[in-house]
Write a protein that binds this ligand. Structure first.
Ligand code: AMP
Length: 286
């Protein structure tokens, strides 16, 4: 694996690879890597000639400064995992390399309604930060294919919008959610949970499964499904930001019909976890 710290060096190296006919696959991350991240690398490696992973804890996407300060950093382990997974390139820039002109006065993106819903509503400014860093990373890597996780369902929609706004030919692939044995969605934030909280955390997955079962059985009322999910989470000591059943293409709330996705964001102590589940038979998980 080749490690680049400078954007210009990476761009030049990738230009060479493109000239020799290789396609570029890209997996952007915040580090503290786990098997979910590595699954994206594996999917990229199936089709891309060169797989690039970036690790950059982007300050502009953290609306809560404590969350930024406490974001786990496990660089040595990350590098070992990436080596094992056969990643070709790691891009590991400093903040000044990503934002050479500083972080104030960065472009504002017109994301439309999506920025006012769910994560957009509860984390003001978060998706602007995501777009700022993704724009820069995409300009540096110029990938043919971009691999992101459906765990961050709304983020995938925002990045697709960014690609369209910027008229970029990069194809976005939304990859499946990897879960622990007990159903908890893998997340770098899980390592901040105490052992007791970790035991309670799969309540999010249980709540999503119950919503899906109720929805597929013809749910007497959406409100009832959400109230039951709320009870499940509160019994496990979660503080809920939102539980929503929404249209899978727009994330606007819906009461019925096909094409729904259930999304949850909730705190266990100081740790905020998100998860989602498409409410379709064909996506039935264990
Ligand atoms: P992060 O480092 O949390 O920003 O995640 C980097 C990428 O990995 C994003 O596209 C995430 O959606 C994806 N990702 C995070 N957790 C998982 C997971 N459990 N399964 C699959 N992809 C994931």
């Amino acid at each position: 694996m080749i490690l680049f710290k400078r954007a210009g060096d990476l761009t030049r190296w990738l230009d060479q690879q493109r000239l020799s006919g290789k396609s570029i696959g890209f997996v952007p991350t915040l580090g503290a890597l786990h098997a979910g991240h590595i699954s994206l690398i594996a999917i990229s490696k199936k089709s891309a000639g060169v797989t690039v992973c970036s690790i950059f804890v982007n300050p502009t996407q953290f609306n809560d400064p404590r969350d930024f300060q406490k974001y786990p950093i496990t660089l040595e382990k990350d590098i070992a995992l990436l080596e094992q997974s056969g990643t070709d390139v790691l891009f590991l820039p400093e903040v000044t390399e990503v934002y050479p002109d500083g972080t104030s006065g960065l472009e504002h993106y017109d994301l439309g309604r999506i920025e006012t819903l769910l994560e957009g509503r509860y984390r003001p400014g978060h998706f602007q930060g995501v777009c700022q860093v993704m724009r820069r990373l995409l300009d540096v890597v110029r990938p043919d294919d971009l691999f992101m996780g459906r765990k961050d369902y709304q983020q995938c929609m925002v990045v697709q919008r960014l690609l369209e706004l910027r008229d970029m030919p990069t194809r976005l692939h939304r990859c499946p959610i990897l879960r622990e044995q007990d159903g908890l969605a893998m997340s770098s934030r899980n390592m901040r949970l105490t052992p007791e909280q970790r035991q309670k955390a799969p309540a999010i997955y249980k709540a999503l499964l119950a919503i899906r079962t109720g929805w597929l059985m013809g749910h007497p009322s959406k409100t009832g499904l959400i109230a039951t999910a709320m009870k499940t989470l509160e019994q496990a000591d979660f503080r809920v930001d939102y539980i929503e059943i929404a249209d899978h293409k727009t994330l606007e709330p819906i009461d019925g019909g096909p094409g729904a996705v259930a999304l949850i964001a909730a705190f266990l102590g100081e740790v905020r976890l998100i998860d989602n589940m498409v409410l379709e038979m064909h996506s039935y998980e264990k």
